[in-house]
Structure formats: structure tokens, C-alpha cells
Ligand binder design. Structure first.
Ligand code: UDP
Length: 474
């Protein structure tokens, strides 16, 4: 079978924030001549922006979709119902699909080469069982940041040492035992599920099981820059024989396929971008706009929404704010002064092409929930951040951005309008120059990593070589 093309099945966790990076990876592998079958749920596949254009540009990229068993109008947020659907519906359908792909590839007139491996989203842990059962090599792609994954891998030790669950409510206590974090880690930097009262709490156990399952992969793929996370990665390397850091993945893709990337539009976008937001940005002064987005999962209470809105309007700076249609529960009535302030210098939108917005010269800062994709996109664009962490890896990212890399400021959890207003004025005013020089350093490091000779560029070549070597084992 040597000499045959390699064939990879890629399976993202079925949410927007996971589909986009895995689709970037699929495009990179196809660009290198590999054959990729990208598997979505029916629901997500129907919403995917322009899969035909992608398949036309990458003739070896094929899409398959399977049922998640949920009704059409289900919101499909990251919750128990989606996790149950993964087990009861998605798992058996994915198993059938893998068997069909394997059988088809064996026939003489097969449209695709035999399966070389699966690249699963690390959150789809059942893929490890299926890969073992069907004897297919499996690699794991992890969407959260490396420091978070490493911290979660250390959770069993923290429990054994009595540091978890927290014996009291003091969130400022230092956590010891997670090496390679470049400075002290505190309880407040750990994800929300660490605040539970019992070690056998399902949320904590879910995180432990998910991360320990990664050890069943033959290789780990991470969207980070080696040089940015070197100390933590050196500890992870003792646990994982092969780690490929390919970040920032979107920048690696842009570097490899150039302008084509833009014409293929917002890789993996499930929502439609507002076409007029770029015109509004064109009318603003250079570096004057604060861009605000809380990603794809975070919900706000009405009270939080009002605090942000007043903070933005009162800051006096122009702002562009992504308010997803599902970001807040229930109807909202907007006070008149906010409507006026927003008309004067704001632009509210339900979805944008974020990479394009961040790259616009009018944007001077990013108020973010500290999602990992958003953070990397901000770094590549060379923008300082205000971080308002909310769940999962956001807390560790926010800590790293503000304390280690010094490329942003951290808002406290109980956001209030005065605090938000002051922070925007600080970031867009006196503090800007000081932060900007750190941003420029980190940004250059990230951009250098994706061009020839850079660590992510080299790792992609090695990953492709590794995948090619796997076809001999089928
Ligand atoms: N995003 C976008 N347009 C928007 C808001 C977000 O394209 O209006 C994209 C953003 O570029 C990023 C992703 O959505 O790639 C959000 O991922 P992140 O990891 O930052 O947060 P999550 O949604 O997973 O919490």
C-alpha cells in the first residue's frame, strides 16, 4: 500500500468554536495533498458557510454528516443534552460511517484511499474506543489552550494532594503542583468546575476523564506556538511522545494558501457575517475602536449586559460589539441614553468575520472573554486585550495574557460599568504604548512561527510525514 495517498477522517466536537480550527487543519492537510473526510452533524453541516467552495478549492476535501438525534430547533449549547447526544446518537452513527469508509476504500474503484488515521477533537472521547475497536490509528486535536490541558491533566494529583476540592472559599490561595506555568497559579485561575465541593462531582470527573483519555492518542496536535508555551509543553512531552504545535492555526493556513483563504470566507463559520461592519470601520479613525465579542458560548445576564453597555458608551470610545442572538435570555428593553450613545459611536452586530475585523486598522483593542481562538487571533492582529474570563480555559488564558505575556488587562469577575469604562480608557489611552510593545513582541513571535523555518511550519511538515507513515500499518 506504500505510495498510496493518505486519508484522514477529522471529527470536530459539534460546536462552532471547534469546527473552525479543525476545518483549518483539514485545509492544511489537503493543501499538502492528503485526502480528508470531514465529519459534521447534519445540523452543523447545513449551516456551514459554503462547503462547496471549499471542496472545489481542495478537491481532496470531502464532507460527510451524521445525525445528532436532536430536534431541529434544539439550541445545541455545550450542555448535558449535547453530551448525551454524543453518546447515544453520534457515537453509533460515527462508528457506522467509519466502517462504511473503510469498506468503500477496499473496493477497486474506491473514490478515496484507505483510511490512514482519525484526527478527533479531544472532547470526543468515544472516538478513542472506536479507533481501538476498529484498529485505526488516532491522533487528538485539542481546541483549548495547552496550559489548560496540562492543568487538567494534573487534576488527579491536585486531588491527591488535598488541594482540590478547595478546602475554603479563598480564591487567592496559590496552587502548587502544576509545573511549567511560568509563575504562580491561584485557585481563581482554575476552571469553574474546580469550585465544586466533592472530588467525585460529575463536572470535575468529566474534565479528568476527558483529559486522561488524550493519552490514548498516538499524537497530540495543539493550536499553540511552541515558544509561547515551551515550559508547560516540556512537562507534557513526558506524558505524550508526539506533540505537534501548529499555532496560530489560522495564521498558518493564511501563510500557506495566501489570499485564497480570504475568498473561502470565515472557515467553518456557522453564522452569516454582517456585510456592512467593514464599511463602518472604514469611517473610524485609526486604532480608535474597541472591538467586543464574547465568542460563541458565553451567555450574559441582563444585568451584565447593561454594565458592559454603559461601560462602553461612557468610555467615550467608538465600539463594535458582537451580540449573538442567543447571548442573553429573554426580551431586552434598552434605556434611551444607551440607544443614543450607541448611535453616536457604536456598531452592534450579531456576527462578523472576526479575523477581518481584528485586522482592520481602525480597531485598537479587543474586549474578549479570552477564548483561545480569539486570543490567538488578537495576538496575530497585534491587538492588546481586556479579558473577561467566563468558563473553561478562559481563566488560565486571561492570567497568561495579563500577567505573563503582559499584553492585556484583566477585568474582575463582577464586572461593573465604572470598572469597564476605566479599563477601556486605560487600554486605549495611557497604558497603550507600554502594552503595545509587549503585544508587538508576542505577535512577531507568533507570526514568525508559521512561516518557513518557524516552529509551527516545521511541525506541520513533521505531522504530515507522520500521517503518511501511518498508511503502512493499515
Ligand atoms: N467569531 C467570529 N465572529 C464573531 C464572533 C466570533 O468569527 O462575530 C469566531 C472567532 O473568530 C473565533 C471563534 O468565533 O475563532 C470563537 O472561538 P473562541 O475560542 O474565542 O471562543 P468560544 O466561542 O470557543 O468560547
Amino acid at each position: 500500500m506504500a505510495g498510496k495517498q493518505s486519508h484522514v477522517v477529522i471529527f470536530p466536537f459539534p460546536l462552532q468554536g471547534h469546527i473552525k480550527p479543525l476545518l483549518c487543519l483539514a485545509e492544511l492537510l489537503c493543501h499538502a495533498g492528503l485526502h480528508v473526510t470531514f465529519v459534521n452533524t447534519h445540523h452543523n453541516h447545513k449551516r456551514l458557510a459554503n462547503p462547496q467552495a471549499l471542496s472545489t478549492h481542495f478537491p481532496t476535501l470531502h464532507f460527510e454528516s451524521i445525525s445528532d438525534g436532536l430536534p431541529d430547533d434544539h439550541p445545541r449549547a455545550l450542555n448535558g443534552e449535547l453530551l448525551i447526544a454524543l453518546k447515544t446518537s453520534i457515537r453509533p452513527h460515527f462508528r457506522e460511517l467509519l466502517k462504511t469508509i473503510s469498506l468503500k476504500a477496499e473496493s477497486n474503484d474506491a473514490p478515496a484511499p484507505p483510511l490512514s488515521c482519525i484526527i478527533t477533537d479531544g472532547l470526543v472521547t468515544f472516538a478513542f474506543d472506536l479507533a481501538e475497536e476498529l484498529e485505526i490509528p488516532i491522533l487528538s486535536y485539542n481546541v483549548p489552550c495547552a496550559r489548560y490541558l496540562w492543568t487538567c491533566l494534573c487534576l488527579p494529583d491536585l486531588i491527591e494532594q488535598g488541594q482540590l476540592p478547595f478546602p475554603d472559599d479563598d480564591m487567592s490561595v496559590e496552587i502548587t503542583g502544576v509545573s511549567g506555568m511560568d509563575g504562580p497559579l491561584h485557585r481563581q485561575d482554575l476552571p469553574g468546575f474546580c469550585r465544586v465541593k466533592q472530588a467525585d462531582h460529575p463536572a470535575l470527573q468529566f474534565a479528568i476523564n476527558w483529559t486522561q483519555a488524550q493519552r490514548r492518542a498516538s499524537a497530540l496536535i495543539l493550536d499553540t506556538v511552541y515558544e509561547l508555551d515551551a515550559s508547560c509543553l516540556s512537562h507534557m512531552a513526558l506524558m505524550f511522545p508526539k506533540i505537534y504545535t501548529l499555532g496560530p492555526l489560522h495564521a498558518l493556513l493564511n501563510a500557506q494558501i495566501g489570499n485564497v483563504s480570504k475568498s473561502l470566507a470565515s472557515h467553518g463559520g456557522l453564522w452569516k457575517s454582517d456585510p456592512n461592519c467593514m464599511t463602518w470601520l472604514d469611517s473610524q479613525l485609526s486604532r480608535s475602536v474597541i472591538y467586543v465579542s464574547f465568542g460563541t458560548l458565553v451567555n450574559l445576564t441582563r444585568a451584565q449586559m447593561m454594565e458592559f453597555w454603559y461601560g462602553l458608551v461612557n468610555s467615550g470610545h467608538p465600539f463594535m460589539w458582537v451580540i449573538r442572538s442567543d447571548i442573553i435570555y429573554g426580551a431586552h428593553q434598552i434605556p434611551a441614553e444607551l440607544e443614543i450613545g450607541t448611535k453616536e459611536r457604536g456598531y452592534i452586530v450579531d456576527w462578523v468575520s472576526q479575523e477581518e475585523v481584528l485586522a482592520h486598522k481602525a480597531v485598537g483593542g479587543f474586549l474578549t472573554h479570552s477564548g483561545w481562538n480569539s486570543t490567538l487571533e488578537s495576538i496575530v492582529a497585534g491587538l492588546p486585550m481586556i479579558c473577561w474570563p467566563n468558563l473553561g480555559d478562559h481563566y488560565i488564558i486571561s492570567r497568561t495574557v495579563s500577567q505573563k505575556w503582559k499584553i492585556g488587562l484583566q477585568l474582575n469577575e463582577n464586572c461593573d460599568r465604572c470598572n469597564i469604562e476605566t479599563m477601556i480608557q486605560t487600554l486605549m489611552g495611557p497604558k497603550r504604548e507600554e502594552i503595545q510593545s509587549s503585544v508587538d513582541t508576542i505577535s512577531k513571535l507568533a507570526r514568525d512561527s508559521v512561516v518557513k523555518g518557524g516552529s509551527s511550519h516545521n511541525n506541520l511538515e513533521q505531522l504530515i510525514e507522520y500521517i503518511r507513515s501511518l498508511q503502512h500499518h493499515i
